[in-house]
Design a protein around this ligand. Structure first.
Ligand code: AMP
Length: 376
């Protein structure tokens, strides 16, 4: 089997590593250079989509911000999974919100803003405090504003107007601010035959809008709510592949924040913590193979490595720690790799994570230091 992945970043790289034992070969389309590259070495294998589409058995995507002309030719080939509709829902908050409503899953009240009058209507409809998000192009908390008081309306409008003017089809989605207790996410897969298999929920800690720590959790009630919403959305899209849902947990009631129509950073823990990792399951789904078991095999957490290209030897020699590098050039704040940390019990996992605060820099790994403070 030969799978062409749209996008040539770490997610395509990890699909390639997971596909090898199944004889699934991956090549990646770099949407910026339009080169076809090897996802591990970045060696250029060709240029342009046409040949690559002809040679691929299946085409999939590792991210949602893909030019629509690229999506269109892939869809036309009849080989693209999940679907253009799913990718567009992940890349445009207007489509995403309509999908959530259509699937009848709980989400924050919202209003779409195209001009200054809409902004006033949004304030009346959604009420303060609110979170304002660009419909297109925003991720990891970028392209967002918080409006807490009417004093800030004009200054925020100036910035939003610039954002709307910069991209022809841009708009802003105003959302009610949700006073959540924590953020969790569900990663799961839907196969061609419609069967669904989900991983245990992960609890996610973000620092400055970027995921820093993700821990698989065991909560039957939340798991059942999350699976029901996952199934509703995946069925509505006739989805094939791995899909991730991010939620706000408000006193035990989940609201969907956003969807990612792809393998997801909060599912990287499955490489060490689940029977079949998310990358393998995505490939199984899109290649028409049966899904692999998604059960937790041991308590596991994932720590993102942001802006660093080395870890202390003490971490590598800590039992249960597994480092995954992405082979990227070092840049401040960039996702460079991640560390999966496993243990025999959740108590042991908490201890190992808090012990890592002694070897990991507080500026780079604030979530680990916070956790260490709360455990000690
Ligand atoms: P997003 O890009 O939508 O995932 O937003 C980035 C982060 O902003 C989320 O992980 C939340 O911590 C926060 N956030 C987003 N939307 C809301 C909301 N409606 N209410 C409260 N916090 C939010």
């Amino acid at each position: 089997m030969h799978v062409l992945v749209l996008g040539a970043g770490q997610l395509a790289r990890m699909m390639s590593l997971a596909g090898a034992p199944l004889n699934i070969e991956i090549s990646a389309f770099d949407v910026n250079s339009e080169n076809i590259v090897h996802p591990l070495t970045q060696t250029v294998l060709g240029h342009g989509l046409e040949n690559a589409i002809a040679q691929a058995d299946v085409i999939t995507a590792e991210f949602e911000h893909i030019p629509h002309d690229v999506l269109d030719v892939c869809e036309k080939s009849g080989k693209f999974l999940p679907s253009t509709e799913a990718i567009k829902a992940g890349g445009d908050r207007r489509i995403e919100k309509a999908l959530l409503d259509d699937s009848q899953v709980k989400n924050a009240n919202y209003y779409i803003i195209n001009n200054r009058e809409d902004f006033d209507a949004a304030i009346a409809h959604v009420k303060l405090p609110m979170v304002l998000k660009s419909a297109l192009g925003g991720y990891d908390g970028k392209g967002q504003w918080r409006l807490k008081s009417l004093d800030c309306v004009e200054s925020i409008w100036q910035e939003m107007a610039e954002c709307i003017a910069a991209t022809p089809t841009q708009a802003i989605v105003a959302e009610a601010f949700i006073p959540f207790n924590r953020e969790v996410s569900l990663v799961g897969a839907r196969a061609k035959d419609g069967s669904v298999s989900v991983y245990p929920l992960a609890e996610n800690i973000h620092t400055d809008g970027v995921l820093s720590l993700s821990t698989a959790i065991d909560d039957l009630e939340l798991q059942s709510q999350a699976k029901q919403m996952f199934t509703a959305i995946a069925n509505r899209l006739d989805y094939v592949g791995v899909l991730a849902l991010e939620f706000f947990d408000v006193n035990g009631q989940l609201l969907v924040n956003e969807i990612a129509p792809r393998v997801h950073n909060s599912g990287h823990w499955t490489q060490q913590g689940a029977e079949t990792c998310q990358f393998e399951n995505h490939l199984r789904a899109v290649c028409g193979l049966p899904l692999g078991c998604t059960k937790l095999v041991r308590p596991t957490a994932m720590i993102n490595i942001l802006g660093e290209d080395s870890v202390p030897d003490a971490l590598l020699s800590t039992e249960g720690c597994h480092v995954h590098w992405y082979g990227k050039e070092k840049r401040a704040g960039r996702k460079m790799g991640h560390i999966n940390v496993c243990a025999q019990s959740t108590t042991d996992l908490q201890h190992t994570l808090s012990a890592l605060a002694e070897v990991l820099d507080k500026a780079v790994y604030p979530a680990i230091h916070e956790l260490a403070k709360s455990v000690n």
